[in-house]
Ligand binder design. Structure first.
Ligand SMILES: [Zn+2]
Ligand SMILES: [Zn+2]
Length: 310
């Protein structure tokens, strides 16, 4: 892990900022960022263009891997040549994922430097769990399982308002089928330092407590407005054939697609993010992320449209 001493995400948040003050942390990020940009000579536009090429190539690689997988399943196996091709593609994908991870780190650093003026430290407690939940929407950079896969911040989903101890790290290998089971089922409790965030606290959602925020979401009028905004975003992204920028599938590395359930019981049961290779029949990639909290929806809307839900 090269870029940060802390866990980071594309929302401009760092996790694990315990003792340092904001200005010290931002200075450190700036120094690392400048030496990185200087060293690579990566003028911003070139870097953006390169990242786009890598994303396009990643899509092609994933499509071909999926194609070979379906062929293997329908014919009961692959030829030697096909197996070699499959192996080469998997290697290329690993390399692309590594490079795109670095792009995410650079973007996260830029986001921190851009939002310096509104960054504050938050010690997550009973009243501010929605800040942690908000950040669970985006990929966490730097949190890796013993098996090497990225871990994701999760919590007990059946709770209306989650408490600080309801959160845990879960390996994304849980979504990778292996034999009869799953590739990795590891879970870790949060460390004390995981509750120490440095984040953009200017969002109106953070001026109320987690519980107050929960109550606001129960208002039918509010729920209706949020529903129509998320629906608008969904059709907008679909018409551009785009995924969500800050959340990617840990296996395929592509941006997650915003989807809606066919018969939801309410706002917090209606939406989920799915890998572009996800299929309703269960044949594709199984990586999905349910959007079961107002905080995740707020982060989604803020990241994609510039405005949260309050
Ligand atoms: Zn694992
Ligand atoms: Zn996937």
């Amino acid at each position: 892990m090269g870029f940060f001493n802390w866990l980071a995400n594309g929302l401009g948040t760092l996790i694990g900022v315990v003792t340092d003050v904001v200005s010290t942390v931002v200075d450190t990020v700036r120094t690392v960022y400048e030496s990185f940009v200087g060293k690579g000579g990566a003028v911003k536009d070139v870097a953006v263009e390169e990242a786009r090429h890598k994303q396009d190539r990643l899509r092609e690689v994933n499509d071909e891997i999926m194609h070979l997988r379906h062929r293997g399943m329908s014919r009961g196996g692959l030829s030697d040549q096909e197996r070699k091709r499959w192996h080469d593609l998997r290697e290329e994908r690993e390399e692309l994922l590594g490079k795109l991870h670095q792009v995410k780190e650079v973007k996260a650093a830029e986001k921190i430097l851009d939002s310096e003026g509104v960054l504050e430290k938050v010690e997550v407690d009973l009243e501010t769990t929605h800040v942690l939940q908000y950040n669970a929407f985006a990929d966490t950079l730097g949190k890796t399982c013993k098996c090497g896969r990225p871990m994701k911040l999760q919590w007990q989903r059946d709770l209306n308002v989650a408490g600080p101890r309801d959160f845990f790290w879960a390996c994304t290998g849980w979504y990778v089928p292996m034999g009869e089971g799953r590739a990795c089922t590891r879970r870790e409790p949060l460390q004390r330092s995981d509750y120490a965030l440095m984040t953009d606290t200017s969002a109106p959602e953070f001026s109320v407590t987690a519980e107050e925020f929960g109550v606001i979401l129960e208002d039918p009028g509010t729920a209706k407005i949020i529903t129509s905004r998320v629906n608008d975003l969904r059709s907008d992204l679909a018409s551009k054939k785009q995924g969500v920028e800050l959340a990617t599938c840990p296996v395929h590395g592509q941006n997650m697609v915003l989807r809606k359930k066919s018969n939801p019981t309410g706002l917090l049961d209606a939406y989920f993010l799915a890998c572009p290779h996800w299929q309703p029949n269960g044949q594709g990639c199984s990586f999905i992320e349910k959007l079961k909290s107002g905080s995740q929806l707020a982060a989604l809307l803020k990241a994609e449209t510039g405005r949260g839900i309050l």
